[in-house]
Structure formats: C-alpha cells, structure tokens
Ligand binder design. Structure first.
Ligand SMILES: NC(=O)c1ccc[n+]([C@@H]2O[C@H](COP(=O)([O-])OP(=O)(O)OC[C@H]3O[C@@H](n4cnc5c(N)ncnc54)[C@H](O)[C@@H]3O)[C@@H](O)[C@H]2O)c1
Ligand SMILES: O=C(O)[C@H](O)COP(=O)(O)O
Length: 525
C-alpha cells in the first residue's frame, strides 16, 4: 500500500481522499528540514503547500518518493530539476486557487484606493479621522497587469467589471487571447507609463525577478499604486521603500515578500503599505479545491499511473493509463533494443506511431522510448528525466503519428541515427497487449523479447544456424525461442534468440568468430 506524507497545512479533505483510495497517510506539519529528511524515505508521496522546502538534499533522502504534490500553484519551493533527475513527478493544482487569489488582488487594490486598513485601524483607535483619508475612484483608471495567465486573466475580468481600462504585459499572451480577454496588450514600458495601478501575476523566474526595481519605478506615473500577490522576488523591496518615501509610488499592497515568513521587513510600518501574510490562496473554497485536487492527482498516479498537472512529465489520463500500459512495455523494449545496439554517439531519434497507437497520447511513450534508449549510456535515467537528458545531449528527437493502419493495426518504429549509421526497430502488440518486434534494420522478423537474448546479424548462408545451435549447446545454453529474418535469399540476415541464462562475453566472442557473423550482441530486457 502506498504511503503519503502531508507536511503542510492542507484541508482535511485531502486525508479523506487518500484514506478512501486505500493510501496510508501521515500528517506532520511544521517539520524542520532535518526532521523531514529523516523520515521522507518512508513515503511514496509528499503533499505540500509553500511552507515545505523540497530541496535537493531532502530529495536525496527520499529514496521511495514517486510524487510531490503541491496543493497550490507556485513550485518555487521545490527543486524540480533535482526531482526530475530522480524520476520524481512534481505536480501542482494550477486552477484551484486562481479565483481566490485574483479576488485578493482586487481586494488589495480597493484597500489601496480607499486606505481601508489605515482607516480601519484609526477608527478602532477612536480617532475618527474623516478628513485624513481621501481615496481615489477605480472607475476609469488604468490597471496594468504584468502576467496575464490564469490569475491575471481573472483580475482583468473583474477590473473590467469595475469599469477600469486594462493594459497587460505578457510576452506569451497571443493577440487573439488578449482580444478575448479585452486586455490591451502593451510592452512593459508602455504599461509603466500608462498604469494608475499595477498588479503582478507572473511566476518568479530569472526574467521576472526584480521586474519592479528603481529603474522600472522611474518609468511609472507619479503616485502609481502597486499590488503584488504573486511572488516576493518580483519587487525590489528597498527600491519600493525609497519610491514610497519620495511619493513616486503612492501605495503598495503586498501579500508576498522576498523572505517568508516575513517577520521583519523594511516596508513594515510604512503609512502607504498594506500587507497580508501570503493569504492569496487562503479561502475555505480554494483550500478545499486544491487539497481535493492534489490528493486525487497523487492517488491516481500512485495507484493507476495516471498523470495530471505534472510539471516534469507528460499528462496521462486515468482513461488512457490502462490503454497505454501495454504500449509502455513495447516502447520500453524498443528503446532498450535500440539503445543496447548503439555503439556511437547518438545524433537523432525518430519515433513513428502508426495505426491505433497514433490515436493515443504518445508523449509518455516517447519518454519511455528515450529512457530505454539512454539506459545503457546514462546512469539513473528514468522516464521523467529522459527527455531532458536527451535534450542536454543535443539529440534531435522527432515524433510522427499516422492514424491509418499500415501492415499492422498498430506499430511503433524507433529509428536511431548515430555518427556511424542509421538503424531502426519496430514493434506491434499481438492480441492487443503482447509486445512483438516485427522489424529490425527494415528486415521483417517476429519475435517476443525475453530476459536474456542473443542478437546476431549475419550473411544468409547455409550452415550458420546449425553451427550456432551447436555452439550454444556445447556451453549448456538452452534456447527458448528462435527467430530469423532476412532481406533476401543470400543477403543480410538477422537472428534473435531467447536463451535461459545470460550469455557470457566468452560465448559471445565464440559466436562472433563463426564465419557468417557480422555482429553479435547479448541483450537483456
Ligand atoms: N499569493 C498567493 O497566495 C498566490 C496564490 C496563487 C498563485 N500565486 C502566484 O501567482 C503567480 C501567477 O499564477 P497563475 O496561476 O496566474 O500562473 P499562470 O502560469 O497561469 O500565469 C503566469 C503568466 O505569467 C506570464 N509570464 C511568464 N514570464 C513572464 C514575463 N517575463 N513577463 C510577463 N509575464 C510573464 C506567463 O506567460 C503566464 O501567462 C504564480 O507565481 C503563483 O505562484 C500566488
Ligand atoms: O502558489 C500558490 O498557490 C500560492 O502562493 C499559495 O501558497 P500557499 O498554499 O502556501 O498558501
């Protein structure tokens, strides 16, 4: 039975889902890194929010971990490359808290426009400072949205409802999507020049880090109000402080900080600053959504292999997972076959899907093929990190799909280009779920791959098969299956035989010395 650790405060709905799905669940919130490191090796899944830092060090101790589930959006607290390298799937819940966070940004905008937190504190203090708090109307003002993804788009929608003008900067926002959202797409300097309010909704990346610094602030309208409900590192807090003091920035509403938990910060106590402690996602609705989603996704992955919302692996639906299972085996075998035959640097891999398989989600099959292919060359490769490793090695990967049946109802062909040659191997499923190799180097053959195999290319001449059988017999090697193929009579021939024990280097050398043999390889699957 898989075991999951919940290490941040999640709605109890998550525990219930895990329990209902037969997954043992421990809840241990607030563990110090060393405490987490000491126990993480016991678990198959780790469910977190933003508090748990899933570092490379923690992952190194997570010897059984298969999935990290982030109940929320940002995964900047997870070392995703380190997880990928260890074959650990990292998934999030990209939509569960978007509305709630967008509403928080709008609430922050109102708070800034009308000094609500300051007026609230003053009124509670019995001061009745009616003339002190003079706000601004939002109607007719321009809101600049930096990052127009899920949350940015909802903020735009709400702002348009408030009769604001909305300009947006997002290099990945298409003109068509901007039109659909009624956002005027502008460049960053134009946004700075036109916006009365600026709200940030990008992830924290190298491109977005410090996007609001002194230089950027100098390009903004005097008195601009800035809202950050995305990530702390987007704003240079020291520069913001200077701009608030000078009046260049008229107010700032911050839900996120460079260092969290933010117990001390240079902006705290400033008159024009409104702060909340990373509450963007904190509504009962959003927390219920993300907890349910993450638990379902993690349970699906651990129990069925279905992958949803993974950041480092292609998605596989629960419906597709059983259909893909026999193909995963076939794909792994074909990749492994090609990888074990490869003796030179890989330049390109061409993967063709024909017939029924082309109607399925083939991305996971490509990942498994690459895993099999790279295994003889790269230590610790798995289907999660194989595409990354292949890219790092400049291997050109192409995939084609043709839903029409060819000679077979379903076929996967892997063609490998190395510095020395181009070689292909193809396979199908017999009876819907039994992998068979049906062509090697374009020579037809029909073979089931077993644990220990001998693959030989030879000249099609009489006497070879008898000689090989005698040689294997003289070493006490029992032949389980024997498959032959040839391009034409007397031409190139191939032989693939399954034997009951591994073939030693000594036996292989003797096979290679048989007069007709061009190449002989012991393969294992
Ligand atoms: N305060 C909170 O509690 C809270 C809650 C939820 C999400 N968030 C944060 O909000 C952010 C946005 O979440 P989302 O769900 O909208 O993400 P999203 O991926 O849907 O949208 C992010 C957008 O940013 C854009 N982007 C990327 N690089 C950019 C750049 N250099 N300049 C401008 N735009 C760029 C992307 O194209 C995308 O459209 C994330 O960082 C997330 O972690 C915070
Ligand atoms: O990225 C997110 O989803 C938000 O920052 C929410 O973080 P939290 O789950 O720690 O509140």
């Amino acid at each position: 039975m898989p075991k999951v650790l919940i290490s941040d405060k999640l709605s109890p709905a998550a525990v219930q889902i895990f329990k209902d799905r037969g997954i043992e669940t421990d809840v241990k919130v607030g563990l110090a890194p060393d405490e987490l490191k000491a126990i993480v090796g016991q678990y198959d899944g780790l469910a977190i929010r933003s508090n748990t830092k899933v570092t490379a060090d923690i992952l190194a101790a997570a010897t059984n971990l298969k999935v990290v589930g982030r109940a929320g959006i940002g995964v900047d607290n997870v070392d995703v490359p380190a997880a990928t390298a260890r074959g650990i799937v990292v998934m999030n819940t990209p939509f569960g808290n978007s509305v709630t966070t967008a509403e928080h940004a709008i609430a922050m905008m109102f708070a800034l426009a009308r000094d609500i937190p300051q007026a609230n504190a003053s009124t509670h203090a019995g001061k009745w400072e009616k003339s002190k708090f003079m706000g601004v109307e939002l109607t007719g003002k321009t809101l600049g949205i930096i990052g127009c993804g899920n949350i940015g788009a909802i903020v735009a929608d709400r702002a348009l409802g408030l009769k604001m003008k909305v300009v947006g900067y997002d290099p990945f926002l298409s003109a068509e999507r901007a039109r659909d959202l009624s956002i005027e797409k502008v460049d960053l300097d134009t946004l700075f020049a036109r916006a009365d309010f600026i709200t940030l909704h990008t992830p924290l990346t190298e491109a977005t880090r410090n996007v609001i610094d002194a230089k950027a602030i100098a390009k903004m309208k005097k008195g601009v109000r800035i809202i950050n409900c995305a990530r702390g590192g987007l704003v240079v807090e020291e520069d913001l402080k200077v701009a608030l003091e000078s009046g260049q920035v008229g107010g700032a509403a911050l839900d996120v900080f460079k260092v969290e938990p933010a117990k001390e910060n240079g902006l705290f106590g400033m008159d024009k600053v409104v702060c909340t402690p990373h509450l963007g996602a904190s509504t009962s609705e959003a927390q219920e959504n993300v907890a349910l989603q993450v638990a379902e996704q993690m349970a699906d992955y651990l129990l069925t292999g279905a992958v949803t919302n993974a950041l480092n692996m292609p998605s596989v639906s629960a419906e597709d997972a059983p259909k893909l299972r026999p193909y995963m085996k076939l794909a792994g075998q074909l990749g492994s076959f090609a990888g074990q035959l490869t003796e030179h640097a890989l330049k390109a891999v061409k993967i063709e899907f024909e017939g029924h398989v082309a109607t399925l989600n083939t991305k996971p099959l490509t990942a498994v093929i690459l895993e099999g292919l790279l295994k003889p060359m790269v230590e610790a490769v798995n289907m999660v990190n194989a595409p990354v490793l292949a890219r790092e090695r400049d291997i050109d990967i192409s995939e084609s799909r043709n839903e029409r049946d060819g000679d077979y109802h379903t076929l996967v062909r892997v063609t490998v280009v190395t510095e020395a040659r181009t070689r292909s191997v193809a396979g199908t499923l017999f009876g819907g779920d039994k992998p068979r190799v049906v062509s090697i180097k374009d020579i037809p053959i029909e073979a089931e791959l077993g644990e220990h195999m001998l693959f030989v290319t030879n000249q099609d001449k009489p006497g070879f098969i008898g000689a090989l059988g005698t040689l294997l017999g003289s070493h006490g090697i029992n032949i389980a299956t024997f498959h032959l193929g040839r391009s034409e009579s007397g031409g190139d021939a191939i032989l693939l035989t399954q034997v009951d024990q591994p073939i030693s280097d000594k036996v292989l050398e003797e096979v290679r010395k048989l007069p007709q043999v061009v190449q002989a390889k012991a393969l294992s699957f």
